[in-house]
Unconditional design. Structure first.
Length: 268
């Protein structure tokens, strides 16, 4: 029963935070404050009533149309809400199933106990927001990187500093590699936002899972890039946002890192 209650709570909070992320990311890329009033219609700018702002449900009940002006509501909102909910849910499921594996989330559980759930979920909120802003506008804002970085660093310092120096070293080693790629390609192969972003996941993943994360990011990025070029949705020399691949690979590594470690035969 406690496990069911936990998962149900994570579904609920996932939808709530998904709604928050959809509004926050929308305002961030337009340099607007999230505290600047309630949500409003993208088309006519009228305030949205609470009963028209229920995550996923309102979009379905309104059939994707705004009540105030009957214009189409962007599909981005229910998509962000739904996938945030899935992220929260999989975090809970993976946490509860740690007896059956040794994924990075289980390492976090062993280090922080039940604190690992809110710790990882707070990090996830920032990562999903970065995913959205980079995917939509190729923007990775510094505050979305350094706030969770300091938060994760403080968690290690005050709760369990055993992995502190190793994880910090992995962070700056990754940033150095990405900076060299950025310089070598004159910004075409890697943006500065990506260079700064890669300091964050190693603080959470540590060794050897940071290697899995990086390897998977490049594999997924190369595969999607080839597919986009094949369908003429992209072309050689045109920069594709790399942040979404880094973040997708982070979550795959967080939940399935031990299995990926075995699959790729990475040494400990």
């Amino acid at each position: 029963m406690p496990d069911i209650f936990l998962l149900f709570s994570l579904i609920l909070f996932g939808l709530i935070f998904g709604s928050f992320i959809s509004a926050w990311s929308y305002r961030l890329i337009r340099n607007e404050s999230i505290f600047n009033g309630r949500s409003f219609c993208d088309n006519c700018k009228k305030k949205i009533h609470w009963y028209d702002n229920i995550p996923v449900v309102s979009f379905y009940l309104l059939k994707g149309k705004s009540r105030c002006c009957k214009k189409t509501i962007s599909i981005r909102y229910p998509i962000i809400e739904f996938f945030t909910m899935l992220t929260f849910l999989f975090t809970g499921i993976s946490y509860l199933n740690c007896a059956f594996g040794n994924a990075p989330i289980c390492v976090s559980r062993s280090l922080f106990g039940w604190f690992s759930i809110p710790y990882l979920l707070i990090i996830s909120v920032f990562l999903i927001t970065i995913f959205v802003t980079d995917f939509e506008r190729k923007i990775i804002l510094d505050e979305l990187i350094f706030i969770p970085y300091v938060f994760a660093l403080m968690f290690l310092v005050f709760i369990n500093p055993d992995y502190l120096y190793t994880n910090i070293f992995m962070s700056f080693a990754c940033a150095t590699v990405f900076l060299l790629i950025h310089l070598a390609t004159r910004g075409k192969g890697m943006g500065l936002g990506d260079v700064k972003f890669v300091i964050l996941p190693p603080i959470i993943l540590g060794w050897p899972y940071t290697l899995i994360w990086l390897f998977l990011s490049f594999v997924v990025g190369a595969f999607v890039g080839v597919v986009l070029i094949f369908f003429r949705k992209a072309r050689f020399g045109k920069q594709i946002p790399f942040g979404p691949f880094l973040i997708l690979s982070y979550f795959l590594t967080l939940f399935l890192g031990d299995k990926l470690l075995f699959l790729f035969q990475f040494p400990y």
